[in-house]
Structure formats: C-alpha cells, structure tokens
Design a protein around this ligand. Structure first.
Ligand code: SAM
Ligand code: SF4
Length: 328
C-alpha cells in the first residue's frame, strides 16, 4: 500500500502534536481566562492506551516525530507511563514535550528514563512578580528548577519558549538573549497569536519577531545562523561567542505554512490539520466503535488531504481554537 507521507501541497507530514490533557495548573493571560475554560468530561478524554494506538496508526502513515503537550502535560497522572508507551511505538524516532515547567523538577529524570528525548519549557519572564502576573499562579523558581533538572536528565537541547508581548515583557528580550551567552540557553521568541484568550488581548500587544531581533542585535551584536536539533518552524541564530541559540517563531509576520509538517491530536480525540482553521476530524468515535486499522488510517488521510495551503491569521478577527485545547 502506498502511504500518504505527502499532502496535496507536496508537504511531508511527519510530526504529530498530542495534547494529553486540557487541564492546566497555570492561567497565562494570553491562553486562558482567570477562571479557566470548561473542562472536557473525564470519559471524553483519551486513555493512554487509546493515545498509544492512535500514535501507532499515525506512525504507519509516516509520522515519526511526536510532541506531547496540553493543557499542561505534567498534570496528567502517570504521564511517564504514556511517554514509555509512545517511545516504544515502532517508527517513532523523536519524542519531545512542551511544558510550563512547574512540575518538571521532580519528573525530569523519570521522563528521560521512560524515553522522552527533549523538552521545551515555556517561560515569558525572568522576574518573579511578573511571572505571577502573567501566569496568575505558580512560582518562577519552580520553572527554573525544572529547567536545571531537565538539563541534568539529558532532555537536551532544552528550549525556552517565550511569548513576547508589547508593554508586558518585551523589555526582557535582551535579558533572555544574554542567557544564551551566560548559561547556554536555547531561547525561542514566539509571536503572540490571536487565539483563545489572546483574541481579546489588544492587538497593540503583538510584537513582530523582526523587531525583537533588531533590539537584541542593537544591544548584543549581530546574529549568525546556527543549527539546533528538532528545530521546527524557528529559524535559529547565535550571538558571537554564545553556546546557546536564539530562535524566532513568526506565525503572523512570516508564515511557515509552506513547510508545515504537522497534525494535532486533541485530548478528546480530534485530529486537527491546521491550528488556524476550524477543521477537525473525530478519531475517538470510530476508535471506540471498533473501527479497523484501515478505517482509522482513512480518517488520518482525510485530515492530511484537508490541510490548508496557508492561513490568513493576520487578517482574521474571530478567534479559532483555544491554545490550551490544541497544545500550541
Ligand atoms: N502548558 C504547556 C506550556 O505552556 O508550555 C503546553 C501547552 S501551551 C498551549 C503550548 C505553547 O503555546 C506555550 O509555549 C505557550 O506559550 C504557547 N501559547 C499559548 N497561547 C499562545 C498565544 N496566544 N500566542 C502564542 N503562543 C501561545
Ligand atoms: Fe497553561 Fe500552557 Fe496555556 Fe499557560 S500556555 S495557561 S501553561 S496551557
């Protein structure tokens, strides 16, 4: 059987982001309202066995890279068991996770032993009080301890994901960049996207990555191209003399749709071909109704075929998916 590794635009679809829960222990201002979002019903959330079966079907269709995300993946009980099961799926070569890092210090070693290879930690500020203001709960020191623990556990390269917002944390971009010089951090600056809660944040808070880059270069010198494992849509750079790297994820100002290789699976079993479209394909119902492997593969194929060529997010005024459901 010929496997559809390519979509109608010739893009190779090799990467699956798996949201393992919609729950979160933080309430970042750009992602969730203070009171949280209505939770999925427990029985609607895929079990670890169900997630593993779907990953295995995806692997048969050419998916080789999986990233676990959420909500906050580390709040789901026994998450290391899921890591272990996915790591053992034939064909899965890369297994990574995106986390807010709050619970990472105590789990990093266990995750690495279970087969997790790399981790991205979301961190928008290096100032404790500002951390509280942006996340509305949680402590910066826990995240910093989590980053340390991830390094020790070999979940490398650890990447720091920083959403930059004008007037909120944009005065820290040079401080983050300095960490690539002083501590070898790999920092990726992410443009604020008008999804979920951010759809209601003023557009004035959006700041393009070109502006962030210019500020860093003015202060610390010109950036040079670099290379980093599992680089995805970030273009990666290095300051002279730095062991760490800087990346820029510019979903709004520089579309990376042409190179998009990903599908998303929500915690309740919907397959989402594009973060910026309303399309989703139900996998949970056929899975629970006993669909055959071929029938399940067919849903994946339809999702791949439906992947839009590109998005018009910068012109869109209505919110689409909630990031906490979709996993960023
Ligand atoms: N809870 C985990 C975390 O925060 O890393 C994983 C899920 S979170 C939805 C994944 C990523 O999406 C985080 O790096 C977060 O900063 C980013 N994100 C959430 N809302 C966003 C928005 N409106 N614009 C840009 N990035 C966003
Ligand atoms: Fe939670 Fe991540 Fe959303 Fe922050 S960005 S509220 S940590 S899911």
């Amino acid at each position: 059987m010929t496997l559809p590794h390519h979509d109608h635009c010739g893009r190779t679809i090799s990467y699956l982001r798996v949201s393992v829960t919609d729950r979160c222990n933080l309430r970042c201002v750009y992602c969730m309202p203070e009171e949280g979002v209505p939770c999925m019903r427990h029985e609607d959330i895929l079990s670890y066995e169900e997630i593993t079966r779907l990953v295995s079907i995806a692997a048969d269709l050419g998916i080789s890279q999986v990233r676990m995300t959420g909500g906050e993946p580390l709040v789901r009980k026994g998450i290391a068991h899921l890591v272990r099961s996915i790591a053992q799926v034939p064909g899965i070569k890369g297994l990574a996770m995106t986390t807010n890092g709050i619970l990472l210090a105590s789990l990093a070693q266990k995750l690495a032993e279970a087969g997790l290879q790399r981790i991205n930690v979301s961190l928008d500020t290096l100032l404790p009080e500002r951390f509280r203001a942006i996340t509305r709960r949680g402590n910066l020191s826990d995240v910093l301890a989590g980053i340390e623990a991830a390094h020790h556990a070999g979940l490398t390269p650890v990447k720091i994901n920083t959403v930059v917002m004008r007037g909120i944390n944009d005065d820290e971009v040079v401080d983050f960049a300095r960490r690539t010089l002083l501590d070898g951090w790999n920092v990726r600056f992410i443009e604020l996207m008008p999804l979920g809660e951010s759809a209601t944040l003023a557009r004035a808070e959006y700041i393009p990555t070109d502006e962030i880059r210019a500020r860093i270069e003015e202060e610390l010198g010109g950036l040079r191209p670099a290379d980093l494992t599992g680089n995805g849509p970030a273009r990666v750079w290095r300051l002279p003399g730095s062991t760490g790297t800087l990346g820029f994820i510019s979903a709004i100002s520089h579309h990376f749709c042409r190179d998009c290789n990903r599908l998303r699976l929500t915690a309740d079993g919907k397959l989402v071909p594009c973060l910026f479209s309303d399309l989703e394909f139900d996998l949970r119902t056929p899975l629970r109704d006993g669909a055959t492997e071929i029938e399940m593969q067919d849903v994946f194929r339809r999702a791949i075929d439906a992947k839009p060529a590109g998005h018009l997010l910068s012109e869109r005024v209505t919110p689409i998916h909630e990031m906490s459901r979709m996993g960023g």
